[in-house]
Design a binder for this molecule. Sequence first.
Ligand SMILES: Cc1ncc(COP(=O)(O)O)c(C=O)c1O
Length: 386
Amino acid sequence: MSTESTFNPEIETYARFPIRADHGKGVFLYDESGKEYIDLYGGHCVTILGHSPESVTKAISDQASKLIFYSNVVHSTIREEAASLLSSLSPFPKSKVFYCNSGTEANENAIKIAWQVTGKHHIIAIKGSFHGRTLASISATDSAKMHKTLTSERPTVHFADANDFESISALFAEFPIGAVILEPIQSMNGMYVIPQESLIFLRDLCDSNNALLIFDEVQTGVGRTGTFSYSEGVGVYPDVITMAKSLASGIPIGALITPESIATHIKQGDLGTTFGGGMVAMAAHKATLEEIVSGDLMTHATELFAYASQRSEALNIKIHGKGCLIGLELPFDTKDIRAQLLEKGFITGSSNVASIMRLMPPINTPIEIFKQFFDTLEILLSNKSH
Ligand SMILES: Cc1ncc(COP(=O)(O)O)c(C=O)c1O
């Protein structure tokens, strides 16, 4: 259906790919005319098993015909099973889980818990950050453009350079810092990987100042970077982990994960949401986690990155990220080459760094697909230099 001259009832949000999505299978997305795309944008970093994975669609449909929804005011076996699985995959010895509906909501609640546990209302966030669009999360997002509409009535956030230990220490000395929130890999900031030394430094500083360290693993989590939580791979453990996007293969979900020692501070009534933990979401979530584990897909994510690194090196492209969160840095703005890749059927993502394009493909993407992508990129780059 053409929308050119007709009224569009949707409020504008994102700039859109020139694609009218119709159906998908695995890494492939098809538009209404049947044109096939290789979706390395991963449906906005969500489709960790590819589009409409069979085990998940079956779990959704079985659950939907049984009971679509009831909130947390009732007990639910599917919710208990999903939460047990998530807890067992999470890095804390006894992880407790709160389910909500999105990444920003998980972060919002993480910040709220930090205030509650520490009694301190200042936060440190990292320059280049993106944590979502609700009040606390947007305040912790380093974007003047996104802050334009905010008043001063919002959380007090101090933005710090993750590598500037002196100024971070000075912030702790000057302000009652209750939390440090960070994305271990800043996806929108060109897949910038926060160095391990910075994470260790922040961990120590939070410990000695009664502040909570929050890892926003909305993108790095759920096995995408080779371990279920990024923290395991880097050996630095936060107090709260937030996840969303990939947790249920596309059914809206967010999760806040924290050890029992912190969860004991949270009393009944402190957290809540109508839809979080609903049965269909839980069925999709459980099936997604099961397939990640049974398919040993976290290992495959690491293999995909190794292949991408080797091809990038051969093409003189600087690669950023880990696992299936990949930033490819070219010596020029990637806009044109991404448009050419799209014409050839490859969907890729931009970032806030013009020279870095992002790939967030499913972690079960066959290596052969990466080969096709890099072969195509190689041809496009050589055409450009001639
Ligand atoms: C790192 C990170 N945190 C938080 C969010 C917000 O998640 P949501 O859009 O589900 O609210 C995003 C979304 O892109 C994200 O990438």
